[in-house]
Design a protein around this ligand. Structure first.
Ligand SMILES: C[S@@+](CC[C@H](N)C(=O)[O-])C[C@H]1O[C@@H](n2cnc3c(N)ncnc32)[C@H](O)[C@@H]1O
Length: 221
């Protein structure tokens, strides 16, 4: 743990470390049961492959099922997650794939190295005031023409502080952004919106989910 990490990083890391095995058991493969999500991840993979051979980073990869799905599609991919326990679990589950501990807010990557970024349900733990820097980081590491697929449970830009899940004590902040909020911030960071898909809530008390696809402009000429 880095003492200089901002609070939202330290609390998200500690919370996911506390619940990693239970979280993974609860969502064994979030894509297997969700054909629409799978189709969106597949379309993203197709777009990245059509652009070149630069790899995809699955940011906030959790147990690694999106990383594994992209790998199965023939996309060069690795996962990054804040939680060392989540990364250990992803490595055990997918021994042939690469997973790194790190924060998507400060990636240990040179500029213009990624053909794509998948960030599914991880921006939820980044406070509003840190989003412009996060999306500037996305733009920095993407190659020109690279795509970002950002998914999240939506809300009215409201906030929730979770103190318990699966019987574990947590201090996890969740920011429920509207699709328009994230879309606007991506565009302001120079990632141009290409598609916005809203998936209606799957039951009482569930939230709508948004998948936003954005692209860093290709180099001219
Ligand atoms: C709700 S889980 C989603 C996991 C996976 N993307 C999925 O769709 O199942 C959120 C994940 O994001 C990670 N996370 C949260 N903030 C992060 C950050 N700043 N950088 C990297 N990972 C982060 C958490 O550790 C957790 O594993």
């Amino acid at each position: 743990m880095n003492a200089e990490d901002p609070d939202f990083i330290r609390t998200a890391r500690a919370s996911y470390d506390a619940m990693a095995p239970d979280y993974a058991a609860h969502v064994p493969d979030g894509l297997a049961a969700r054909p629409v999500d799978r189709a969106l991840v597949t379309a993203f993979g197709d777009l990245v492959r059509a652009q070149g051979t630069a790899p995809v980073a699955d940011l906030g990869c959790g147990p690694g099922h999106v990383t594994a799905r992209l790998d199965a599609l023939g996309v060069p991919v690795f996962g990054v997650d804040l939680s060392p326990r989540m990364v250990a679990l992803a490595r055990r589950t997918h021994p042939g794939l690469r997973f790194h501990v790190g924060t998507m807010t400060a990636l240990d990557l040179p500029p213009e190295t990624l053909g794509g970024i998948a960030a599914l349900y991880s921006v939820t733990h980044v406070p509003r005031e840190h989003l412009p820097a996060l999306f500037a980081e996305f733009r920095r590491v993407l190659v020109p023409g690279g795509h970002a697929l950002v998914a999240f449970r939506t809300g009215d830009d409201d906030h929730q502080h979770l103190t318990e899940r699966f019987g574990h004590e947590l201090a996890l902040d969740c920011y429920w952004y509207g699709a328009a909020t994230i879309s606007t911030l991506l565009a302001e960071a120079g990632l141009h919106p290409r598609a916005r898909t809203l998936l209606e809530p799957e039951g009482d008390g569930k939230r709508q989910r948004a998948f936003l696809l954005a692209r860093k402009p290709p180099r001219e000429g």
